[in-house]
Design a protein around this ligand. Sequence first.
Ligand code: DC
Length: 240
Amino acid sequence: MSARPGVIVTMDGPAGTGKSSVAWNLAQRLGLEVLDTGAMYRAAAVVAIDEGVAADDGAALAARIAEEGLAFDWSSRPPRMLLGGRDLTERIRDADVNVVVSVVARQAALRAALVEAQRVIGRAHPRLVTEGRDQGSVVFPDAQVRLYLDAHPEVRARRRVEQMRSQGRPADYEAVLRAIQQRDHLDETRTDGPLVCPQGAVRVDTSGLSLDQVVGELERIVRASVPAERLAPPRAAQPA
Ligand code: DC
């Protein structure tokens, strides 16, 4: 366990706000580890698809995950998502997973299991930027800093299309936009751990900002509320 005192920074927000890249870059700058909780829901979706478990049977999904062992490999940066002996890091980004994961993430029994798993991770890795939908509202409500990232759906769709194309995947803007709107609706309307801006969270609209600008703004917010000795020192100012 780290000798430095704990710092938990939560980062919530809808799909396509660039949260994963932002969380990773922010954690690097602050000297913290990063927890991608969406990866855990995605792994559960892979179990549903690849092992034939019903996507709406949260108890069965939670049981399968407990049997097989869902874990991050913390020696990789960012950590890789493992289920039993299988490395799911790439598989969880496939299109079929995107379709199923919102249904999976609505299941209360699965959410309860993953929320508990995330708190256990938080105890073992107490210096953490943790990103998802419910990190500041449900999982770590006492976190030192709670952030909420948002962006217009059209901007988020455009970013997702660019990201997919840069990975050599075909992407249709209208279809991506519709999928984002559908996923928002499902995430916001579920009864358990819905997507909300947590109480006391700082809300940042990333629509007109580059990744670097977002990370810079969030770094400023965190440094303003956490004692300097708990964080990695700021990067030396770049010469003009
Ligand atoms: O952030 P993402 O796209 O990897 O998330 C995948 C899905 O999991 C998405 O439907 C939202 C859901 N999710 C959730 O319900 N709670 C979390 N803490 C993280 C993700």
